[in-house]
Design a protein around this ligand. Structure first.
Ligand code: NAP
Length: 248
């Protein structure tokens, strides 16, 4: 759709960072936005900000690792807005760690959120989109879905997964069902994402690495997502790798 006015959108991970900025931007462009994440107070505050600007948003407390909750999110969106036109499949965690430090619980959490959570959202919105014969799913991968770096083995694994999933989804869903699919692959964005890191080795490495660089901010990625969503109907932006100028 070249114009988001009246579109019904779901944004997962809307309580901070890229998801929050994207939900805000989509609402400013006229979309009705279902806000999904676990931190309900943050979602309520974003909904109030959107409403104060004349926009429409629905707070949907959701843990994306629970398939029933993700289904309830899709059902609530359809009931409130009548359709599901856009899914921004954004919720993610990044507890980076060196393999030798064996953060096995965090490996599993990344699979639960970044892989299974993404699939649950796809599964929850696809019936509506197939019925409508239209829709746009934006999956948030990462530069780490193209390259690995120290500590990123499992995180990169989840983001390579999202990129592979997106590629095949686009091939199967766009030509036959008019459901466009886009993989967005950001480099370093200044958000709360690194707050999930507990590995001391990684925290030390990050401390020294990021100071030297001007990172992107969440609005830069919201702009990128908006670009993909508003491309002409006959154009499907399959993937976009967006890097800070100073990141190698
Ligand atoms: N920042 C970067 O440099 C960067 C680069 C490339 C890709 N990305 C990707 O961008 C996406 C957004 O990350 P961000 O940078 O904006 O970080 P962020 O500010 O930490 O946002 C992560 C979002 O995911 C949500 N989330 C985490 N676990 C969840 C769960 N179990 N159920 C529902 N929501 C959950 C969080 O909400 P709650 O905690 O409230 O549930 C939060 O809203 C992620 O997929 C990340 O991998 C980020």
């Amino acid at each position: 759709m070249t114009d988001l006015t009246g579109a019904a959108a779901i944004v997962t991970g809307a309580s901070s960072g890229i998801g929050e900025a994207t939900a805000h931007r989509l609402a400013q462009e006229g979309a009705s936005v279902a806000l999904a994440a676990r931190r309900t107070e943050r979602l309520e505050s974003l909904r109030d900000d959107i409403a104060a600007e004349g926009g429409t948003a629905l707070v949907c407390p959701t843990d994306v690792t629970d398939r029933d909750q993700v289904q309830a999110l899709a059902d609530a969106t359809r009931e409130a807005f009548g359709s599901i036109d856009v899914l921004v499949n954004n919720a993610g965690i990044m507890p980076l760690s060196l393999m030798e430090n064996l953060h096995e619980d965090e490996w599993e959490q990344m699979v639960d959120v970044n892989v299974k959570g993404v699939l649950y959202a796809v599964g929850a919105v696809l019936p509506a989109m197939l019925e409508q014969e239209s829709g746009h799913i934006v999956n948030i991968s990462s530069v780490a879905g193209r390259r690995t770096f120290p500590g990123s083995a499992v995180y990169s694994g989840t983001k390579f997964f999202v990129r592979a999933l997106s590629e095949r989804m686009r091939s199967e869903l766009a030509p036959s069902h008019n459901i466009r699919v886009t993989s967005i692959e950001p480099g370093a964005v200044e958000t709360e994402l690194t707050h999930t890191i507990t590995d001391e080795d990684m925290l030390e490495m990050l401390e020294s690495g990021h100071d030297a660089m001007t990172m992107m901010d969440s609005a830069d990625i919201a702009d990128t997502i908006h670009y993909a969503l508003t491309a002409p109907e006959h154009v499907d932006v399959e993937e976009l790798l967006v890097m800070p100028t100073e990141q190698s």
